[in-house]
Design a protein around this ligand. Structure first.
Ligand code: TXA
Ligand code: MG
Length: 345
């Protein structure tokens, strides 16, 4: 059993300590602007395998390589990806991951045998200090146990990783709270996972951008996921999550009825509500997600709220919203956390 230490001291000192662990082939959890990452030396296959072990992650699900400088991305790809410079100039550092054919220096363990690799430059000083001090790209998935909601605080990381890793760098709560947008630049630019860099923002740079069909729907039988991560149970608390999508008053009416049914059946129930619907729930047990006018705040609260409500609920009822802008990232995560148990009104 390893003792897990949380470090809140100054970023440079923490980066030095973290980098020593990374260079020795170990694991360090670190903050990014999206969610906390679980990092290892991205050029060392054995170190990368330790990430899969610590998370219990299926090893056919590839990882993202994180770089501290834009220039460092190019040697990880076989050639310069189309549109990469314009996208990097506009969105890096930031919550956009770019996928293109990999170079020979990227180990198979990172790409899970695919001939492409995902790369991003995080917009977080502690993350970039750690990567720079390590001197290698850092492979990092979200620092949760496989299948659980991604961690947006160091405390969440500790809940899942205590005794599994030696060090968590604490950078406070993550700004966005959902993982990066994953964009494939192989063929037509295609969003494999939506995030805070929206389809609309990408279209302003790229013109056309496609959406992978698995973003809002479960994979059909025998269908192949563009992104292997999409096929697994994801972001799911122990409680059962149910989603109702509709205008605030109608959604609240339907969710209140469901709430009363579950209570009658002896279940512990809570409702993740938007500010617009809150007044319609009466005395029922609610937790505020944020306002529908700002899906970004709904995103930033979703995972932490699911973790908070999980211990005290058998069922978590949640309002769904429209998929414009960051609403798409919110609905992508919410529907997965619910295992696609959703009603559209
Ligand atoms: O914001 C983020 O992206 C966070 C922070 C830590 O940077 N990381 C993260 O990593 O979310 P992870 O491993 O939880 O999600 C990576 C996603 C998975 O869905 C994976 O299947 C996909 O990216 N992916 C990685 N490499 C890929 C590739 N070569 N082709 C297709 N999908 C890929
Ligand atoms: Mg993840």
């Amino acid at each position: 059993m390893i003792t897990t230490v949380i470090k809140t001291t100054d970023p440079n000192q923490a980066a030095t300590q973290g980098a020593a662990i990374i260079r020795a082939g170990g694991l360090v959890a670190f903050p990014t602007e999206t969610v906390y990452g679980l990092g290892a030396d991205g050029l060392d296959g054995a170190a990368v395998n330790r990430i899969f072990e610590a998370k219990g992650r299926p090893n056919d699900n590839p990882l993202i390589l994180h770089v501290a400088r834009k220039e460092d991305a190019f040697r990880l790809w076989a050639a310069e990806p189309p549109h990469a410079r314009a996208l990097m100039d506009t969105f890096w550092p930031g919550p956009l991951t770019l996928i293109y054919h990999r170079s020979a220096m990227v180990p198979d363990e990172v790409t899970a045998g695919l001939d492409t690799v995902a790369v991003r430059m995080p917009d977080n000083d502690a993350a970039r200090a750690l990567i720079a001090a390590s001197g290698v790209p850092i492979a990092a998935p979200s620092a949760n146990l496989s299948g659980k909601p991604s961690p947006t605080t160091a405390e969440h990381v500790l809940q899942d990783m205590d005794g599994r890793i030696p060090l968590i760098l604490d950078g406070g709560p993550c700004r966005y709270g959902v993982e990066s947008t994953v964009l494939s630049l192989v063929g037509t630019p295609t969003i494999l996972r939506p995030g805070a860099v929206t389809k609309e923002m990408l279209a302003a740079v790229l013109g056309e951008v496609a959406l992978a069909p698995s973003i809002l729907a479960p994979l059909g039988a025998g269908e192949k996921a563009a992104s292997p991560g999409m096929k697994y149970k994801h972001y799911a608390p122990n409680a059962q999550v149910l989603v109702v999508v509709g205008e605030a008053p109608e959604a609240a009416t339907r969710l209140s009825a469901l709430y009363d049914e579950f209570i009658a059946a002896g279940k512990r129930v809570s409702i993740a509500a938007t500010a617009e619907a809150l007044p319609y729930y009466g005395q029922r047990r609610t937790a505020l997600l944020g306002t529908r006018r700002d899906p970004g705040t709904l995103c930033s609260r979703l995972f932490s709220l699911l973790r908070e409500l999980d211990g005290s609920s058998d069922v978590i009822l949640c309002e769904g919203i429209g998929t414009e802008g960051t609403g798409l990232a919110f609905m992508n995560r919410l529907l997965r956390s619910a295992g696609f148990r959703v009603e559209y009104l």
